[in-house]
Design a protein around this ligand. Structure first.
Ligand SMILES: [Ca+2]
Length: 481
């Protein structure tokens, strides 16, 4: 045995969570468990090594309602039990305190007492976290840039306002860049959900929004800059509308591909399980990725290469690019390759990342035949023609994927080429290698940390650095250390 210099003795306790308090819904700074023996133990959370099997705060709160026991490793400090780590008791196994057994009959021939071994610690090349950058907004659904060389960020409030923020985080809250609050219904999954700047915005001042109107239906519209440098709300030009049968699953993401076309994320219309089968139906825009040409036609044209051009498939919607989406809440394009990365929110069990090389649409991502790689409607379903996700995770690790970006910034070289994403409930920060994942079989993503927030979206600045936003009106920078 090596010299033991640790000043504190780690202890362990197993029990069910009966209280968890913290500054936010996602952040717990103290919690209480009750052990099988009826003992009540209070723990203070100071620092948890989440990459070493620890559970994020949101997961801990889930345990409070599920009643599933957890194992806490802790040490006493100034009369307080400080939690060092906590894990699912079910996955960790019955790991009681490491009590060495003393055998009264131990003689010279007795085997040496096995040394309690700790599980090998995965050595990760970096640790991801979310560092506070700015706050003071109402519920945020997105953050983006205009690609105009200014370095400015555009902060999207769900209620229908957009603020222009300088690269250093300063913002004039008295002068919103865009204000369409009167046209938008909010909140839950409704509101101003998407914003995309025309690739030539610096020259033409055109931008595009996706929002839920006061009747609860999805509107995709074009707006343009006014004389004062902010958006002229009277400039709105209607592009397309999608009638929403239910309030949830409105998609809402907008982004331009490297092909110059506008891509639109449309959810399946909502409720649960896609009751109308919209995901697999080509005669509705619901449950799709759409692609339109906003530089031709009135109000737009159908790009060459869309899979259901009007002349070929009577009844099929020509705007369709990919089918089989449930709620592609956030998608993005890899600025280096043009590849499309989609975070498609799952039903009750699995969340998924879908990816396709630039320009290779016309795919069926499976919903509601499948939920990620699993049959959904019927067991033993026919998966012919379905493109499986490149990554999936179960609801043990979250509840609703927040799709991210392939990192192409310069601050964190180890992150370059990795697709980074999160989950609204758990705040887990995962990354997968983009180049080797696309077109390959589904992987279980590696968790590199936790955002300790409920992220609604990632955002990317002009230099490729990433941000996260949340429903509490806060902006965070993604960092790797
Ligand atoms: Ca799918």
């Amino acid at each position: 045995m090596g010299a033991c210099s640790a000043p504190v003795t780690p202890l362990q306790a197993t029990g069910v969570v009966i209280a968890a308090d913290g500054p936010t819904a996602a952040q717990v700074d103290s919690f209480t468990i009750r052990t099988a023996a009826g003992q009540t133990l209070v723990f203070k959370v100071v620092r948890l090594d989440l990459t070493n099997g620890g559970l994020p705060s949101a997961h801990l709160r889930e345990h409070m309602s599920s009643g599933e026991p957890i194992v806490v490793t802790y040490h006493p400090e100034n009369g307080v039990n400080v939690a060092d780590r906590y894990t699912d008791a079910a996955t960790e196994g019955p790991t009681g305190p490491p009590t060495p057994t003393m055998s009264p009959t131990a003689g010279p021939s007795a085997k040496p007492t096995p040394t309690p071994t700790t599980a090998p610690t995965a050595v990760l090349p970096f640790h991801l976290s979310a560092q506070p950058f700015a706050d003071g907004f109402l519920e945020l659904t997105f953050l983006t840039n205009a690609g105009d060389g200014s370095g400015d960020l555009y902060v999207v409030e769900q209620r229908g306002k957009v603020y222009r923020m300088a690269a250093d985080g300063t913002v004039d809250m008295t002068s919103p860049f865009l204000d369409i609050v009167d046209k938008v219904s909010c909140c839950d999954e409704r509101g101003l959900l998407g914003l995309a700047f025309h690739p030539s915005f610096a020259d033409n001042g055109r931008l595009f929004v996706d929002y839920t109107n006061v009747a609860g239906n999805t509107i995709v519209a074009e707006l343009s800059l006014g004389a004062d440098g902010n958006v002229d709300p009277e400039s709105e030009r209607f592009l397309l509308g999608i009638r929403q049968p239910f309030p949830n699953h409105n998609g809402g993401m907008l982004a331009f591909g490297a092909d110059g076309y506008l891509y639109i994320g449309a959810g399946d219309g909502g409720s649960g399980g896609d009751p109308y089968g919209n995901g697999q139906s080509t005669d509705t825009l619901l449950g799709k990725i759409l692609r339109i040409d906003v530089d031709h036609g009135d109000p737009y044209a159908i790009p060459d290469g869309n899979p259901y051009p009007v002349v070929n498939r009577a009844g099929a919607k020509p705007e369709i690019w990919d089918v089989g989406m449930r709620n592609p809440w956030r998608f993005s394009f890899d600025r280096a390759t043009g590849d499309l990365w989609i975070g498609d929110v799952g039903q009750d069990r699995y969340e998924e990342v879908d990816a396709e090389p630039a320009g290779e649409g016309g795919r069926n991502y499976g919903w509601n035949t499948m939920e990620a790689t699993h049959c959904f409607l019927v067991a033993g379903c026919d998966s012919t023609g379905i493109t499986l996700p490149v990554a999936e995770y179960s609801h043990n690790d979250g509840c609703s994927i927040t799709g991210g970006y392939v990192y192409r910034g310069s601050l964190y070289p180890a992150l370059v080429g990795l697709y980074v994403f999160s989950d609204y409930c758990s705040g887990n920060l995962w990354a997968i290698d983009a180049a080797s994942s696309i077109g390959a079989g589904p992987v279980t993503p590696i968790e590199y940390g936790n955002a300790n927030i409920n992220p609604t979206a990632f955002g990317e600045d002009e230099s490729g650095e990433l941000y996260l936003v949340n429903g509490a009106g806060q902006i965070f920078r993604l960092t790797a250390d």
